[in-house]
Design a protein around this ligand. Sequence first.
Ligand SMILES: Cc1ncc(C[n+]2csc(CCOP(=O)(O)OP(=O)(O)O)c2C)c(N)n1
Ligand SMILES: [Mg+2]
Length: 637
Amino acid sequence: MKTRRMTMAQALIAFLKQQHVERDGREYAFFAGVLGIFGHGNVAGIGQALKENLDFPYILMRNEQAGVHMAAGFAKASNRLRTFACTSSIGPGATNMITGAALATINRLPVLLLPGDIFARRNVAPVLQQLESPTTQDTGVNDCFKPVSRYWDRIYRPEQLITSLPEAMRVLTSPSDCGAVTLALPQDVQTEAFDYPEELFRKRVWLIRRGEPDRISLERAVQAICAAERPLIVCGGGVLMSEASQALSDFAGRTGVPVAETQAGKGALAWNHAQVVGAIGATGSLAANRLANAADVVIGIGTRYSDFTTASMTAFQNPNVKFVNINTAEFDAYKVGAIPVVADARVALEQLGTAAGAFKVSAAYAAEIAELKAKWDAEVDRLFDLGRESSLSQVSKARPGAPVGDRKPAQSEVIGAMWEAAGERDVLLSAAGSHPGDLHKLWRTRAPNGYHMEYGYSCMGYEIPGAMGAKMADPSREVFVFLGDGTYLMAPAEIATSVQEGVKIIIVLVDNGGFASIGSLSRSLGQGGFGTRYRLRDAKSGQLDGAALQVDFAANARSLGAHAIKAGTLGELKKALEDAKAMDRTTVIVVETDASIGVPGYDSWWDVAVAEVSEMESVREARARYEEARKRERHHL
Ligand SMILES: Cc1ncc(C[n+]2csc(CCOP(=O)(O)OP(=O)(O)O)c2C)c(N)n1
Ligand SMILES: [Mg+2]
């Protein structure tokens, strides 16, 4: 057997460079490089190996968590056909990646994490940053990755790579099991040499399978659909990951079945496709939620049925509702008591289309869908421009403000301005705050992957590195980031990384003086927004109810190397967006909004439990409303 003598870290990098995936006859290099931060736990091992492999890009991040977010954003925008590996030192550098690991696993995105680990040799323990245990020497902080990883291993001996790496690749390229893969790398073992078989470093192409449905399951699904009077498709992220937009468009177009979108599935079809009725669930459109309420057969495609999608199990009220689930993951296919079709979305939709033959929804149902869609489109027009009279509105009483030139814009108007500025293939990206709900309702996605919302973990801090990942996945698309002031203050640092790498993103930073999202949630729970506003601690009250905390966001962004623009009105915002498009580096537009003008809910509900007993009258009232609303929650068995 031909062998090559290398350190464990050198072998690992040499292996990663050779991994490719293949789908539909196209091949992709699976790893675009390594992201991370060096410390004593990886500089001598992985760091040395990377220095020897300068053709394999290494990107220095500001925070290890952001490295994982960037890898996840890149993987999501690449429909899981590509990703990055992430390296960290031991201890805090490693645990910084745990949040990123959870995000990737929850969103079913492949990321490879390579945290440094304590000495396998042990004679010098405890090393700097080592967690000691009086009960075992076989535990450390990297064990915390276990529940958030789809595959976890610790490489105690250099030859263990030979059996571990193929397992890691199997999971990373699995359409059903992918998520974070963690290989904990003891810092001494990274530097140890071994005679690795040459075969380990051959070019390897992993096929991304398009699983075929089981014949009987498909027959039963077709039977259920063809017997339906009010069918509804719930389009989840799996549709995008499978690149099944055309198949879905054909199926929906031919049968007339309306398509409601989850956060992850939004944009698989363009907003103006005749069957698209918009967002479903807690942050859903009136059209989708009305149709869901009465649907008799729900066809869930590539969806996890999160509580936002099911409006905490209240979205589907037809007593006879049945579910058909198309999913690559058996785990998701069996949810809500569905007829499970365990298969790739594109393949299943094509076969379903053929088997369903001439099935078409009734003329009455088609007319109802068209009417609801038209009403919803008018409502979005209204919310995009509250300055215009709201006569178009059939459904909401949100007040239009004063003339738009004189006042701070509402958040929905900021969304409208961004939508107007964005081109056909551009990307809107966000993750946490009040805007994911508003964007889910209002953004009019024009092209697949044009709407990039991380809403599995809804993680503040994903946005900037996630956007860098999306931009790197397709530099021809402009990436617009919608960012709250809260999120900005939590994690602005990767702006410096975007400048370092020349990866331009446009950040619209909405300054609304704190947490509009959790603030309004708190008020709805009777808690008056406590602890959600950015205010000075008042000397008299001892509470955070003093004057507004002043933060110069534009100066802050500028200090990190970004171009920054302040926009006071909607007109200034529109101008700033045009300027940002013309810029060649990351641009931050700071806009203050009027948080009192929100986007209403549309026949929706989200279960957030309210205190069962309280001294506060407002909380007792909220609890009574809560108990009433919960009565609509259903089991689907
Ligand atoms: C890392 C993390 N911590 C806490 C939360 C809970 N959370 C959700 S939205 C939010 C407030 C976000 O504030 P901001 O970015 O200003 O957006 P706004 O709510 O004002 O729209 C918080 C704290 C979260 N999603 N992620
Ligand atoms: Mg805010």
